[in-house]
Design a binder for this molecule. Structure first.
Ligand SMILES: [Zn+2]
Length: 414
């Protein structure tokens, strides 16, 4: 009898130790909102100044999006992560390339792009997000150009695209002229954030509420400056990359336990993080089916599906672009067929509904939240392994199946 009591006590202690060890993960996964319906947002980055053909492609995308509606009558939304400026190659050539000059999207040579964006926003198929003044840090690019003829050529060419830069130079919020990257002084960050937010307002007539940091690299100083300028939401891949190492590889830093960012988590100055870690890049083989599989998984875990895509899918090779637009069509047809209750929305709206715990989207039923929370715990591999080893998995499973019994076969209406 005494032996049995000792075993039970030991088991309870092991369980308590496990909970204590992983309390932060358990708590942050519990705090992450549980969504009641599948949510699909298509997030497309890098749109900005470019040839007229880019605007025509964006117009084709808008036409595809406007063919569909979710059960609430809302069209699918493609968020546009907008780059506001590119180098003024002509002026820089005239001056011998010693000083950096930019040309903004507001320049008279880009009316088609501005027009297609504004019309898409007005009809609800596009939502604006700030990607950056440029898709690079100009002083770093100029410093790199002094040593690298390839960068000098890139800066002097009228048809250069940022996608063509070495990836480490595409990060805006670090000085990666040489590697490892260096921090940009805070006063320069503040000035650059103020400048890009003011330019966004001047071009679009509204302040940016959502930011997608180029290459997902930013740091707390940038975040504070964005928050101070009115930004409310930062799109993340579930990590914050702050620097690049000797090889140019992005380096993460720990924000929460394990360095992982979850939906709804708060950052500096009260910004909200959302997670975008699924892909719809047809030019790279990430087709509609992959996007739909992502919706399936995210929905089971009570999370929104933010599908990442980029301009290059739609503007590079005409055949590739046609195929990408067909895939977009297939994605939307598939989403409505397989998830009749899917919610089409923008990231800004989604974040707003999460922030006010809008009961039409965010689960408040404790039993359903527990069921989803237990599913999410599998994402902490060591916790899962230890739960098996200590036998804590037994009461956890009993809890899961009891909850499932009470709230139906699935905690979602997917
Ligand atoms: Zn980008």
């Amino acid at each position: 009898m005494q032996l049995l009591v000792a075993i039970v006590l030991l088991w309870l202690m092991a369980g308590a130790a496990l909970i204590w060890r992983y309390r932060r993960d358990l708590l942050s996964l519990w705090r992450e909102p549980v969504l009641r319906r599948p949510v699909l947002v298509i997030e497309s980055d890098d749109w900005g100044p470019g040839p007229k053909a880019d605007a025509q492609q964006l117009h084709r995308i808008a036409k595809v999006l406007s063919r569909y509606k979710d059960s609430d009558g809302h069209p699918p939304v493609m968020t546009l992560g907008v780059v506001l400026a590119v180098p003024d190659a002509e002026l820089m050539r005239q001056e011998g390339g010693q000083r950096y000059h930019r040309v903004l999207l507001s320049h008279p040579r880009y009316p088609a792009m501005r027009d297609v964006i504004q019309r898409g926003v007005a009809s609800g198929v596009f939502a604006l997000q700030l990607h950056g003044m440029e898709h690079f840090w100009p002083p770093a690019l100029m410093a790199a150009a002094r040593l690298d003829p390839g960068i000098r050529h890139w800066l002097a060419s009228d048809d250069s695209r940022t996608e063509g830069l070495p990836s480490h130079l595409q990060s805006r919020w670090m000085d990666a002229a040489s590697l490892p990257s260096r921090l940009i002084p805070e006063n320069q960050i503040k000035a650059a954030v103020t400048e890009e937010v003011e330019a966004f307002v001047a071009i679009f007539g509204c302040p940016p509420r959502v930011v997608v940091p180029p290459t997902f690299a930013w740091n707390p100083m940038v975040e504070k400056a964005w928050a101070g300028a009115g930004v409310r939401v930062i799109v993340t891949p579930g990590q914050r990359y702050e620097a690049r190492d000797h090889d140019g590889v992005l380096i993460t830093t720990g924000i929460a336990s394990g360095g992982r960012i979850l939906n709804g988590q708060a950052g500096a100055g009260g910004v909200m993080y959302v997670v975008r870690d699924d892909y719809f890049e047809p030019a790279l083989g990430h087709m509609a089916e992959k996007g739909l599989a992502a919706v399936e998984i995210k929905t089971r875990l009570g999370r929104p599906t933010l599908l990442e895509t980029h301009r290059f899918n739609f503007v590079a090779d005409p055949d590739v672009a046609d195929a990408a637009i067909n895939e977009l069509d297939g994605l939307l047809v598939g989403a409505l067929q397989r998830f009749p209750e899917v919610v089409f929305t923008s990231t800004e709206q989604l974040a707003h509904r999460m922030s006010i715990a809008d009961a039409s989207l965010v689960e408040v039923n404790a039993m359903r939240r527990i069921a989803v929370w237990l599913l999410r715990l599998r994402e902490v591999p060591r916790l899962w392994k230890l739960a098996w080893l200590t036998g804590v998995i037994v009461p956890a499973s009993l809890l899961f199946f009891t909850v499932r019994l009470f709230c139906g076969a699935t905690p979602h209406r997917a």
